[in-house]
Design a protein around this ligand. Structure first.
Ligand SMILES: Cc1cc2nc3c(=O)[nH]c(=O)nc-3n(C[C@H](O)[C@H](O)[C@H](O)COP(=O)(O)OP(=O)(O)OC[C@H]3O[C@@H](n4cnc5c(N)ncnc54)[C@H](O)[C@@H]3O)c2cc1C
Length: 414
């Protein structure tokens, strides 16, 4: 039998980051995952953006014309499984309500302290790991296909300047200068503050290696083997035997319900599934940064493995078989934008963004169990927010003064 101060369940970007922050505060931490390495699930396949410019959360659209098109699955950026509508509709209704202007103002104010520190927290880990080569500080570009959508996008970007962001509005010529291999865009908005990585999974592994090099333990095991021990401690089954701990952190991303349901909690968490496919660029074409084709709802991101096309959201049951129609629909559009060559993956990768309707994570103590802590639901921004949320959680767990008021993320807000 082993013991530790804290067991962190889940070694995605969120769990690994919490592990490093708790370890830095003197806790003996064990990180537990069903895989033998970190960052192999949702944190594997994202677009690699550390989205410092994401001042407003992703919202449910309120334009009736767009809603009608979504209802018939006619737009590539969002799809749903009609057979899952009964399960998904109540959540979508809550998401719709949380996207009303007054709620958006509240939720974006709650998100801002996390977004403002997201890159600083990553840089601290990256510098400590000596992995500066992983970070690309070239921002990202949201590009538009028509002058009409460009004008709307530019006006939206103007509003973000009030938050101190560095933003360049690009006409077609300036866009071509910054990204010479793109064709067919009317212009774009270059967000300069965000950074990106060319292998998000490797970043999680570098952080996990740093954690182990500093004396942390990485164990394999299945999270359903948790029991409350009689002395107020927890017993976690691992492949190396039982681990006894004082605190447990649930950082299982889209699978966090496995644990919170077992302890009688029910949160309105749904998943927005997403896909990726890699392509070999033709004729040595390259991208200097991720680009979002805003009119068609997909991202092209330069990755170590090739150009990664990531899809928008698919509303479906988490565990139903993959239906990568969004990759099939956007690939021909993307090929006209950038010279994509052959596919490099045998089949599209699928991941599940874990989402609460207000697009804020659940972060903090479980309301009815001492020693049980939550850190999940980071929606479109788990790579971005992992380290900063790890800091806040560690501050709460060790009794430090939190750098921001954690109340907006508490588990009993629903
Ligand atoms: C297509 C797509 C693009 C995205 N782009 C971006 C982006 O550019 N920037 C950004 O910030 N975010 C992005 N995201 C979101 C981001 O990837 C997620 O929010 C983030 O990866 C969630 O991290 P996590 O650690 O909570 O979950 P995960 O990475 O899924 O980690 C959960 C861990 O729990 C483990 N686990 C699960 N069940 C068990 C069990 N029973 N026992 C033991 N272990 C278990 C898993 O093996 C896994 O390692 C994107 C997501 C998708 C799908």
């Amino acid at each position: 039998m082993h013991s530790a101060d804290v067991a962190i369940l889940g070694a995605g970007m969120v769990g690994v980051s919490a592990a490093l922050h708790l370890q830095a505060r003197g806790r003996d931490v064990a990180l537990i995952d069903r895989h033998a390495a970190a960052g192999l699930e949702t944190s594997f396949g994202n677009a690699g953006l550390i989205e410092r410019a994401s001042i407003f959360p992703y919202l449910f659209p309120r334009d009736p014309k767009k809603l009608a098109l979504y209802a018939f699955n006619l737009l590539p950026e969002a799809q749903y499984h009609p057979g899952a509508l009964f399960d998904v509709a109540p959540w979508l209704w809550r998401y719709y309500k949380e996207s009303a202007p007054d709620r958006v103002a509240r939720n974006s104010a709650a998100l801002r302290p996390l977004i403002e520190r997201c890159l600083t927290e990553h840089e601290a880990f990256i510098n400590a790991a000596g992995a500066g080569d992983l970070l690309r500080k070239t921002g990202w570009i949201k590009l538009y296909r028509t002058q009409q959508t460009m004008d709307i996008g530019a006006a939206e970007a103007e509003k973000l300047r009030a938050y101190g962001l560095k933003i360049d509005t690009l006409d077609a010529a300036e866009l071509a200068r910054r990204e010479p291999h793109l064709k067919g865009a009317a212009g774009g908005v270059h967000y300069l503050d965000p950074a990106s990585v060319d292998d998000p999974s490797r970043l999680a592994q570098v952080y996990a290696d740093l954690f182990v090099a500093r004396g942390g333990r990485f164990l394999t095991g299945y999270a359903h083997g948790i029991q409350e021990a009689t002395d107020g401690r927890w017993s976690v089954a691992t492949h190396d035997g039982a681990l006894i701990t004082r605190d447990i952190v649930v950082a299982l991303g889209p699978w966090s319900d496995l644990v919170y349901h077992a302890f009688g909690y029910d949160f309105p968490m749904a998943v927005k599934r997403g896909y990726h496919m890699h392509y070999a660029p033709l004729h040595d074409a390259s991208l200097a940064r991720p680009v979002l084709d805003a009119d068609n709802g997909y991202v092209l991101a330069p990755m170590s493995r090739g150009i990664r096309l990531t899809s928008g959201a698919e509303f479906a049951r988490r565990d139903s078989p993959p239906t990568p129609v969004q990759i099939e629909r956007t690939e021909p559009i993307a090929r006209k934008l950038f010279p994509l060559g052959e596919r490099l993956d045998a089949k599209p990768w699928m991941g599940c963004r874990p989402c609460l309707p207000d697009m804020l994570p659940i972060l903090g103590k479980a309301p009815r169990h001492d020693g049980l802590w939550f850190d999940f639901g980071h929606q479109h921004h788990g790579l971005t927010l992992g380290p900063v949320c790890g800091r806040l959680l560690a501050e709460m767990m060790t009794g430090e003064t939190p750098f921001t008021d954690p109340a907006p993320y508490r588990a009993d807000r629903f």
